[in-house]
Design a protein around this ligand. Structure first.
Ligand code: ZN
Length: 239
C-alpha cells in the first residue's frame, strides 16, 4: 500500500495539482495540516482534497481561518491572509476546517501538524523534539509538517538520528520514524519546487519528492486577489 504524505499546501492549487499529477497512483492521501492560509485558492484546495478523499488533520492556519481566534500568535502578514481566507470561505468550509482533529492515529502512524507535545504550533527541528513526540505517541511513527522543510528523524540503538533527506531516495523507517514531507505550497528550504513524500507501507520506506509547478501562475493569483505581495515574491525563492 502506498500513501502520499502532503503538508502545508497553503491554498496553492497549482502546486497541489502538480504534485497529484507527478505522484502517480497511491492508495491514500494524508495531509498533515495547513491546507489553507497564505495562498490564493483555499476553496479549490479544500474541494480537490475532498474529491480525492484525503485524510486531514488541523494546522495552526486551518484553525485560525476556521475560528478567527489566536491571530495574535501569527506574524502580521500571515494574520492578514487568515482574515482574507475567512472572508472568502463559505460557512460550511469553515465548519469543515473547525472539525479537523489535531491528531489522528492509524495502526502505525500518528498524524499531526506540529508535534505531539503541541500539535498546532511546535516546530520539530531537532532529534530531541522528535524524541519528545516518540515518548507521547502510541504508534511507531509520527507524520507532521509545519516547518515547511522536509525532514526525517529515526530512532536507532544509540538515540534519535536526524537525516538530511535527498529526493528520490527510499529511506527505511526502522522501528520508529518522525517524518515531515516538507511543504507543497510554500517550501522554505530554498528549493521553490513543491515538496511531498510517498510511504510504502509494505516495504516500510519513505521517499521524498519535489515537483516543479508554475510558480508564476500562483504568484499572479496572489497579487490579483489582493493578498500581501510578499506571499507571491517568496515563492520564487522557496523561502
Ligand atoms: Zn504552514
Amino acid at each position: 500500500m502506498k500513501v502520499a504524505l502532503l503538508s502545508d499546501i497553503h491554498a496553492n492549487l497549482v502546486a497541489l495539482e502538480a504534485v497529484l499529477a507527478a505522484m502517480g497512483p497511491v492508495d491514500a492521501l494524508w495531509v498533515t495540516g495547513d491546507s489553507v492560509g497564505y495562498g490564493p485558492d483555499p476553496s479549490d484546495v479544500l474541494a480537490l482534497l475532498g474529491e480525492r478523499r484525503a485524510t486531514l488533520v488541523a494546522g495552526n492556519h486551518d484553525r485560525a481561518v476556521a475560528t478567527g481566534q489566536g491571530l495574535e500568535l501569527f506574524n502580521p502578514i500571515a494574520a492578514a491572509a487568515v482574515l482574507v481566507h475567512r472572508e472568502w470561505l463559505k460557512p460550511e468550509e469553515c465548519d469543515l476546517l473547525a472539525a479537523l482533529p489535531e491528531t489522528l492515529e492509524t495502526s502505525e502512524f500518528t498524524l499531526c501538524h506540529g508535534s505531539l507535545r503541541d500539535p498546532l504550533w511546535e516546530y520539530v527541528f531537532t532529534p530531541q523534539a522528535a524524541a519528545a513526540s516518540f515518548a507521547l505517541a502510541k504508534t511507531a511513527h509520527c507524520c507532521a509538517g509545519h516547518t515547511h522543510v522536509p525532514g526525517l528523524y529515526r530512532r536507532t540503538a544509540t538515540g534519535v538520528e536526524p537525516l538530511r533527506v535527498r529526493a528520490e531516495t527510499p529511506y527505511s523507517l526502522l522501528d520508529r520514524a518522525f517524518l515531515n514531507p516538507g511543504s507543497v505550497g510554500q517550501p522554505r528550504d530554498t528549493d521553490p519546487r513543491a515538496s511531498y513524500a510517498v510511504l510504502d507501507l509494505d516495504d516500510g520506506t519513505v521517499t521524498f519528492h519535489r515537483a516543479s509547478y508554475q510558480v508564476g501562475e500562483t504568484q499572479r493569483r496572489i497579487r490579483e486577489r489582493g493578498l500581501p505581495a510578499i506571499l507571491a515574491d517568496r515563492l520564487a525563492f522557496g523561502m
